[in-house]
Design a protein around this ligand. Structure first.
Ligand code: HEC
Length: 293
């Protein structure tokens, strides 16, 4: 009996850490990871569509031939300078400029955003902010710096995105350039890369299920494009939303794929933004852009 008790006790003590350990590591399925190289030349083998839109001369959709193939251009013919039409993005940009001038009367808003280098802001975000002690996207910083001036500029709101769009326009044409080779930016990039491939939600889809492994396929009224170059035309004017920040787009994709959407500015979305922006490195800022769907 004594031995049996000892055996049971031994088994029990074994069982507790085992089950406890299993609970600590949630089960997670991943889409196969690609060997992403976060610069434009490294993307070539993976994006599949970059070959079509790397040459600006191809970006006239009328040259694309079959309109059903337009997704190969990643709809970049709706980015300036190709799309010359006036749309809601232009009004948003005006709103952003007016607001910026109002809030920045004493220059402190601009100083908080990034000193005298406003035209370089968009191309260099997300980045590590020593004052916030974490990697932050531009919209989060707009909310933070607006708050210091007594203004509520909630991340994801029209006014926040309008200011972001105005700041992006100051750097129009500049190549996106974030360094994810080391430190907290590298950590954020790696977390974002894992999130992009983590399956979740009712369909058990990852971002990569659609944007890496099903590009070109029809999904209701849409055709899925690659993720490459996307960060360069955000915030984007969309007929449905007026103005959509990149984080709101993530939320929409999450909702469409029946996964819990997150709050703009949340850490997982910022990590995703770092990953998505790194895959846009080298592509010129093109705002105000428009997307119809
Ligand atoms: C069920 C498939 C699906 C999933 C899963 C999905 N998306 Fe999308 N996504 C789409 C479709 C369809 C569009 C609109 C067409 C396009 O541009 O690809 C889109 C558009 C986008 C765009 C905007 C492209 C542009 O040019 O403006 C971004 C950025 C994006 N998705 C990121 C993500 C991220 C990040 C995730 C994971 C959190 C994700 N998506 C998950 C289907 C999906």
């Amino acid at each position: 009996m004594k031995t049996l008790n000892a055996i049971l006790a031994a088994l029990f003590s074994l069982a507790v850490p085992l089950s406890g350990g299993a609970q600590n590591i949630p089960y997670r399925e991943y889409e196969p990871m690609e060997q992403y190289v976060p610069n434009v030349s490294g993307d070539l083998s993976l994006s599949g569509t970059y070959q079509y839109w790397k040459d600006p001369a191809n970006l006239d959709y009328r040259l694309a031939g079959n309109p059903d193939e337009n997704w190969k251009l990643n709809w970049k013919f709706m980015d300036p300078p190709f799309n010359k039409a006036i749309h809601g993005g232009h009004f948003a940009l005006d709103r952003g400029e007016t607001l910026f001038q109002q809030i920045n009367v004493d220059g402190r808003f601009a100083k908080c955003l990034g000193g005298g280098k406003l035209k370089h802001l968009r191309a260099g975000y997300p980045r590590w902010r020593a004052d916030l002690k974490h990697v932050a996207g531009l919209e989060e910083v707009i909310e933070y710096c607006g708050g210091k001036q007594g203004r509520v500029l909630q991340n994801g709101s029209y006014d926040n995105s309008a200011i972001s769009l105005y700041l992006a326009s100051l750097g129009g044409g500049q190549p996106i350039s974030i360094d994810v080779s080391r430190g907290p930016m590298k950590e954020a990039y790696e977390r974002g890369r894992h999130l992009f491939h983590s399956k979740a939600g009712a369909y058990n889809f990852a971002c990569a299920t659609c944007h890496t492994h099903n590009i070109g396929k029809r999904l209701r009224g849409n055709t899925i494009t690659t993720i490459y170059g996307d960060a360069a035309h955000y915030p984007v004017y969309r007929t449905q939303y007026m103005l959509q920040s990149l984080h709101l787009r993530f939320a929409e994709c999450n909702a469409d794929a029946r996964t819990q959407p997150l709050v703009p500015g949340s850490k997982p979305y910022t990590d995703l933004e770092v990953f998505v922006t790194a895959l846009t490195n080298g592509y010129p800022i093109s705002v105000p852009a428009e997307r119809d769907w």
